[in-house]
Design a protein around this ligand. Structure first.
Ligand code: ZN
Length: 432
């Protein structure tokens, strides 16, 4: 700040140069997107998407009606693998973790790939009714938007590129990931980047999600989740009155946890989502547990809340041991990490984000940069350029993670959003 005041004149020049640099870069990305949009090949691809709109919707419905709860994505994965092969890709396989990998070769042959992905899993447990209901142009079903229709859009990209004989500089690896949602803890994308055959070969990463195509998620909110269990000796509620009670420790811990102060920016949050335990109404319980979720845009702030939470749990156990009798045994606490999503971000000035921005603007939408927690978190945390983009027109999807989840598939807006997202992918992968 001081240097701004003292060096106002040179700084103005520096800013002016900075601005010139940025807009020149802007212009070059916009020019490349413009060239792609104007090309006969892209127009042919867009026409293909327009022609087969009904098919995109039908395949989205078909996949939605194959349940894919966390850790049980295999039936949907096999169907998607078949559909990818039918779309015209030969090299389609399911990796050790369960991700579907479909390779479309580029011309460059440098062994690197750009990943374009959507996730197979939904948050809904086995047994959830996943039959799709139609209300006009609206489809309603658990998981239809998040993220099943995106799988269908990946197929549409491939068919459109095949039909228009589009060549790209980079190899494109289309991936349907497992384990994006809560309990999966990004297991699919983690495998892809840290263990699978493409480890070390991924240049950049797209995740396609249910939101508006105008929203570019270039910030990955980190999260930590714990299951905390307080255990004690238990006993009769009347006969053993006076013994330590794990529920009191749990209650005390909840209250203290609820009082943690966090910054509004970088946004940092916490919550207790599940609680349970006990033996019977007339017993001092053997145990009580809760599951807590903590998130932050900043790794340091997330660590601070996590450390405080762990201390609170310990202190609550000690407090209960101090307050009541431990003659039959003490309260102990176990805090088990059940979810760990790394935080990260992709700079707005990277080529990936600038191409996406140029494509959004060329489509006539207004860009909104966002923070979220998606498959992109993992590559972001490794310093690999990654963004999560939408495949819907603005306000054409909603109620994710609820039983009345919906997407609107009205042809005009949907086709336009899908072709806009395809133009991003083609700009980044160097359409020739
Ligand atoms: Zn999702």
């Amino acid at each position: 700040m001081q240097s701004v005041i003292r060096l106002s004149f040179p700084l103005t020049i520096a800013l002016a140069f900075g601005a010139t640099g940025a807009s020149a870069q802007d212009a070059s990305q916009a020019a490349q997107v413009g060239r792609i949009l104007a090309s006969p090949a892209f127009k042919a691809a867009a026409a293909q998407i327009d022609r087969e709109h009904d098919r995109i919707v039908d395949e989205g419905i078909k996949l939605t009606e194959i349940p894919a709860p966390p850790f049980h994505e295999e039936t949907r994965a096999r169907e998607f693998q078949k559909m990818m092969q039918a779309a015209g890709l030969q090299d389609v396989k399911i990796d050790e973790e369960g991700n579907v990998l479909a390779l479309r070769k580029g011309t460059h042959g440098d062994g690197k790939v750009v990943v374009v992905s959507a996730h197979l899993d939904t948050v809904f447990p086995a047994g959830t009714d996943v039959k799709v209901k139609r209300q006009g142009t609206r489809l309603l079903a658990p998981g239809v938007g998040d993220d099943t229709m995106s799988l269908s859009v990946l197929l549409a990209y491939v068919r459109a590129m095949q039909a228009a004989n589009i060549k790209t500089r980079d190899d494109i690896l289309f991936v349907a990931t497992v384990g994006e949602e809560g309990p999966g803890d990004l297991r699919g994308v983690r495998h892809l980047f840290t263990k699978g055959q493409y480890k070390g070969r991924i240049k950049s990463f797209f995740s396609i999600e249910s939101g508006s195509v105008a929203g570019i998620t270039n910030g990955g909110v980190g999260s930590k989740r714990y299951r905390v269990t307080f255990s004690g000796p238990g006993g009769h509620s009347f006969g053993a009155f006076g013994l330590v009670n794990p529920m009191y420790a749990l209650g005390q811990a909840s209250t203290e946890f609820s009082r943690i102060q966090v910054a509004a920016s970088p946004k940092t949050t916490y919550s207790i989502g599940l609680i349970g335990g006990g033996t019977s109404v007339n017993s001092i319980p053997l145990s009580g547990w809760m599951e807590v979720d903590m998130r932050s845009e900043s790794p340091a702030d997330l660590k601070r809340v996590e450390d405080r939470m762990l201390r609170i749990m310990q202190e609550a156990a000690e407090g209960e041991n101090f307050a009541r009798s431990t003659k039959e045994g003490k309260i102990t606490v176990e805090s088990k990490l059940i979810g760990d999503r790394p935080a990260g971000s992709t700079d707005v000035n990277t080529e990936l984000v600038q191409f996406a921005k140029a494509a959004v603007e060329a489509g006539g939408y207004r860009v909104a940069y966002q923070w979220s927690s998606t498959d992109s978190n993992l590559p972001m945390s490794l310093g690999i350029p990654a963004i999560t983009i939408g495949r819907s027109a603005p306000d054409r999807s909603g109620r994710s993670h609820s039983l009345d989840e919906w997407v609107d598939v009205e042809k005009g807006p949907m086709v336009k959003a899908v072709t806009t997202s395809l133009s991003m992918v083609l700009a980044v992968t160097g359409m020739e």
